[in-house]
Design a protein around this ligand. Structure first.
Ligand code: CP
Length: 307
């Protein structure tokens, strides 16, 4: 194991990726027990710092740490001395002085988790930073794909929607590339970064064309909170060209699955009937997020003991 932090997917090599996914399988087995708790991280403290709203990531990091018997400190900007103007550095030094063993951080500022690593000697896990990265989301998605198909190598994954604003897409593309999958992007030109030549992806203009030989269609949320101008003419137009509905679902091969990181805009990027269909593994993704985050916490905290 070579990684000592999880800021971005490029902290992992292919063996690390395999190790996280294999460890998550063990964690999944713990979560299937009647008593869903092991003493592995007893006496260790995990600090969850969430400076941006979250449901899935915040709750699953919380439950993941508790299932490993770690003590958990939950910290948000509101209600802390950050709201009085305390600097990020002083906040980090305060956590360090309290003897935390790992810090999980979500921030709307790209680079905040990396900045934290400069002030802390303990592992830092990025729970999503601005448009930059959301590595545990990508890992739980790959875990979900591997659990379903039994492999990642050779899969064709179509990622559709608001790619420019998506930290999930950035992590997902890197992780799928690492695993040997083919990545295909579909988006309006205004929602694609102007230069994707450094990414190992195919860009397809028409969603219908992309679906026919996809194994996974991964729909992204339209991130209205990050849009300060009109990126497409109307929501109806977007849904017609880039939304996944029952008609489009029929273009997918029978074995193909639908995924979405959540939260969803039902009726925009995905219709409710598709989101609730048996082809959609969206609740599996949420469930797998616990095992994958248990694996990341375990590997990083227990791994740092062997330094
Ligand atoms: N997928 C995801 O990051 O969801 P939350 O914003 O609810 O954590």
């Amino acid at each position: 194991m070579t990684f000592r932090r999880l800021i971005a997917i490029d902290d992992l090599d292919v063996d690390d990726l395999q190790l996280v996914l294999d460890t998550a399988e063990v964690m999944d087995e713990i979560s299937a027990r009647r008593i869903k708790k092991v003493p592995t991280l007893r006496g260790r403290t995990v600090c969850n710092m969430f400076f941006e709203d979250s449901t899935r990531t915040r709750l699953s990091f919380d439950i993941a740490a508790k299932r490993l018997s770690a003590d958990v400190m939950n910290f948000s900007g509101k209600g802390s001395s950050v709201s009085k103007g305390e600097s990020f550095k002083d906040t980090a030094l305060t956590l360090d002085a309290m003897g935390v063993d790992a810090v999980v951080i979500r921030s709307s500022s790209a680079g905040a988790p990396l900045q934290l690593t400069r002030h802390l000697d303990v592992p830092v896990l990025n729970a999503g930073d601005g448009w930059h990265q959301h590595p545990t989301q990508a890992l739980l998605d790959l875990y979900t794909m591997r659990s379903h198909f039994g492999r990642l190598e050779g899969l064709t994954v179509t990622i559709c929607g608001d790619i420019i604003h998506s930290r999930v897409a950035r992590s997902e593309i890197e992780a799928l590339n690492l695993a040997g999958a083919t990545v295909r992007l579909v988006a309006p030109s205004t929602l694609l970064p102007t230069d994707v030549s450094s990414w190992d992806v195919e860009v397809v203009v028409d969603l219908d064309d992309a679906l026919a030989d996809s194994d996974v269609v991964y729909m992204l949320r339209v991130q209205r909170e990050r849009m300060h101008r009109a990126f497409f003419p109307s929501t109806r137009e977007y849904a017609r060209l880039y939304g996944l509905d029952a008609r489009r679902l029929q273009h997918l091969p029978d074995h193909a699955i639908v995924m979405h990181p959540g939260p969803m805009n039902r009726g925009v990027e995905i219709t409710p009937d598709v989101a609730d269909s048996p082809r959609a593994l969206i609740t599996d993704q949420v469930n797998n997020g616990i095992a994958v985050r248990m694996a990341c916490l375990y590997l990083l905290i227990a791994g740092s003991e062997t330094q």
